[in-house]
Structure formats: C-alpha cells, structure tokens
Write a protein that binds this ligand. Structure first.
Ligand code: AMP
Ligand code: MG
Length: 411
C-alpha cells in the first residue's frame, strides 16, 4: 500500500464495490415519448397493459378444415360439405351447421360453431365436400383468442430494456409510441502522455488509444449518448478542467489511465481535488486500481489504462450501474456453471476474471481460457465470449472442475 492514509485507501471487495456503486446510483426520472422505430435498447418508463386480446379472434394454426368436433364422433371417415373457403384476412359470417366444414388457412378466424381444425394432409377433397378421419379433438389446431395477451394484463413492465420481441408486443397491441427514460449522457476521456490518436504514427513508447474506441462502442451498444473528450496528457490542470466540464454536462464520466500509484497517475488526484472519491482499490483482477466517486451530479468511473482491465471493469461493474442510471432494473448478467478445460493457478487473494471461450457441447457447458491472460492482451478479450470467475483466495483449477462463468453478451 502507498503512503497515503485516507480512509479510502483500504482495498474494497468486488462485491462491496458493486454494492456501493449500485446503491449510489440515482435513476434518471425524465422521460420522452418515442416511436416504435426508435425503441430498440431504450428503457421503458411505464407499465404497458394489453388493450387488445392477442390473438383478437380464435384462428387457425394450420391449413386444413374447420369443423364441429361432434361431427367427427364416429369411427373411420366422415364426409362433410365444404361451405366456404377462408384465407387469412377472410371472415365467415354465418354459423357452421351440422355436416358442414370450412376450408381454412393459417391465421383465418375460426367460424362460429367450429371448434376443431383438421389438417389438410389427412383430408381428401372432392367437388363440394371433404372426407376426414373421425376423432373428436375440440380445440385442435386452434389459437384461442387472448391466448398470448389478455386485455388488462401487464405485458411489459417499466424498467425493461426493450428488445425486438418487446417492440413486436407493442405493435401487436396497436401501440406506436411509449414513454421511455431519456438517454443518459456519458463523458469519456483517455489520459496518458504516451497515448496518441488512432491516426497518428507511433513513436517509440507511444500507444494508440484503443481504450476510448472500445469503450465508446460499449457505450453505444448500451444506448448512451457520448461526450467524447479525447486524449488528455498526464497534466493535473488539464485533467481537472476536462472533468469539471464533463461534470456539468453529463450523468456519468469514464476515464482510462492514471489511477494507479505511479508518479503520473493524476486522475485519482483530480477526482479528489474536484469531487469526491469513494474508493480506488478493488480486490479484483484485472482492474485493481480504479477510482470511483462523484463529480457534481455525475458519477465517476476511473478505469485503469490496460485495455483488458478497462473493458472487464466496464462489463462487471460499470454497465450494471449505467443500466440502473438509465432507469433499468438489475442488469441481466447470466451466471452459469461450466466444466473447465485447462490448468490455472492464482496465488493472490483477489477475485479474478479470466477471459474464456464458452462452448455448448454434448456434455453440457464447457469453458477454456483464451490463452495468455495479461491485462494488456486485448486479443484475449476479442476471442472471449465469457468471463471465468475465480473466487477470492488462492485457487487452482484443472480440467473437469466446475467454474462460475459470466456470459459476455455485447449488447
Ligand atoms: P496506466 O493505468 O495509466 O498506468 O496505464 C497502464 C497501461 O495501459 C500502460 O501500458 C498504458 O500505456 C496503457 N494505456 C493507457 N491508456 C491507454 C489507452 N487509452 N489505450 C491503450 N492503452 C492504454
Ligand atoms: Mg498512465
């Protein structure tokens, strides 16, 4: 540990950090009305109740013949008179009488009196009739009115992040716009004298700014507005100025680099000078040094400069927090158990997140490491579709062990 003695110097556990971050988040309350075409990924701000039964009418699930099941009560075959031919969109206005059938296509409304559909594959049509196998099966191949959604029922809850099926539900209900929470605005900046623009040729000692590009993409996928503050050198005044500006214009600020204990790690100092710092050491790997706090009304996340560390912390701590800020509930991280293949030992006491490749095999879920796990190896993150979670304390895992895994979905 460094020489500083402030209460924030203590290392906080991963669960403690997650809890502290989430409990400090205040959801946005402002809403806006948005049309169907622009709702993907937005967070619903109201409960949606069904105004319509879906389906609105009982309709056929198959192509075939709508019949009265009582007419099929005998054995062998029965011949019924075909009184109408109904395509989807058509409607049979009369009531089906004894001995009658209606030729019906998938989606067409079931005529009054009919209570069973017989699939066409087992029927034999002649001029004005059809021969069908007997067998009373009321309800067969019929989609009942309201079997999907019933009038008055809550079909979507406020706080839900809208996915394609949700947008389909709204459309099925005849709803073309709903209230969603406003987008959150997130500032992003990279720090470091060695960090240069993607288009600059590299001199010895320099690195292209991969962090900002990757994190901006992650924020876009989450549906955030982005205030891009670019690259700022290791200069306390310049960092403070950028943070100050961002704190007035955004809901959250994410920086990378400069939160460790090196001579030029100034982000933590800037946060201390201009806002509040809540902790800066989390018992996790990668991502031990990170500055978490507040600047004015903006929540602040200072990520370490190593590209893997930054993105890992984003997935496991920041995204759930931003989602809550956006008005959402709990981020739906899927915790799975998988059978590990390989060998790995950790001696440190922190929780560790390894980059893994999760596969769905005949024996269930399997997972292996992506290869070298250094926190600078960005390709390990690119190959991964999951994070293998190793608990606090020294751990060795070998082939056949069951491990905890978090799916790393990128949306
Ligand atoms: P730091 O956290 O500032 O000590 O940086 C840790 C490591 O991450 C150093 O090797 C940096 O060069 C590297 N790094 C810092 N910022 C970036 C960035 N924006 N893109 C890529 N690598 C970075
Ligand atoms: Mg640095």
């Amino acid at each position: 540990m460094g020489k500083e003695t402030s209460q924030h110097d203590a290392m906080i556990s991963f669960d403690g950090a997650r809890e502290k971050i989430l409990s400090g988040i205040h959801r946005v309350t402002e809403t806006e009305i948005v049309g169907l075409d622009h709702l993907l990924g937005r967070v619903l701000a109201e409960d949606i109740r069904a105004r319509l039964d879906v389906p609105n009418h009982a309709n056929s699930a198959m192509d075939g013949y709508a019949v009265r099941s009582v007419d099929l009560a005998g054995t062998g075959e029965v011949r019924l008179r075909v009184v109408s031919d109904l395509a989807a969109g058509g409607y049979f206005t009369a009531e089906l009488g004894p001995g009658e059938a209606v030729r019906i296509m998938t989606g067409a409304p079931i005529p009054w009196g009919a209570d069973q559909v017989v699939i066409q594959e087992v029927c034999h049509r002649d001029q004005d009739g059809v021969r069908l196998p007997c067998g009373v099966k009321p309800g067969d191949h019929i989609r009942q009115a309201g079997e999907d959604m019933r009038v008055g029922e809550c079909v979507l809850r406020g706080g839900k992040r809208l996915k394609p099926a949700d947008i389909g539900i709204l459309a099925a209900q005849g709803i073309d716009q709903v209230a969603v929470f406003r987008r959150i605005r997130v500032a992003i900046l990279s720090t470091g004298n060695e960090v240069v623009a993607v288009t600059s040729p590299l001199r010895p000692g320099q690195v292209h700014d991969s962090n900002r590009a990757g994190l901006k993409a992650a924020l876009q996928a989450l549906g955030c507005e982005i205030l891009d503050l670019g690259i700022i050198g290791d200069d306390l005044g310049a960092i403070e100025k950028a943070l100050e500006q961002a704190s007035h214009e955004t809901d959250a600020i994410i920086s990378t680099g400069g939160v460790s204990v090196g001579d030029y790690d100034l982000v933590r100092l800037a946060l201390k000078n201009r806002g509040e710092i809540h902790f800066w050491k989390v018992a996790m790997k990668p991502g031990k040094p990170q500055a978490y706090g507040r600047l004015g009304r903006a929540v602040f996340f200072g990520l370490p400069g190593n590209p893997v560390a930054g993105l890992t912390v984003f997935y496991v701590l920041i995204r759930p927090a931003l989602f809550r800020l956006m008005g959402g509930g709990e981020w739906p991280n899927q915790l799975l158990k998988a059978t590990f293949q390989g060998h790995f030992t950790k001696k440190h006491l922190r929780k560790e997140f390894l980059r893994g490749i999760l596969t769905f095999g005949a024996d269930g879920l399997g997972v292996e490491m992506t290869g070298p796990q250094g926190s600078g190896i960005l390709t390990s993150m690119s190959r991964a579709n999951a994070l293998i979670i190793l608990p606090e304390g020294p751990v060795t895992i070998t082939s056949g062990d069951t491990v905890d895994v978090w799916m790393m979905d990128d949306a």
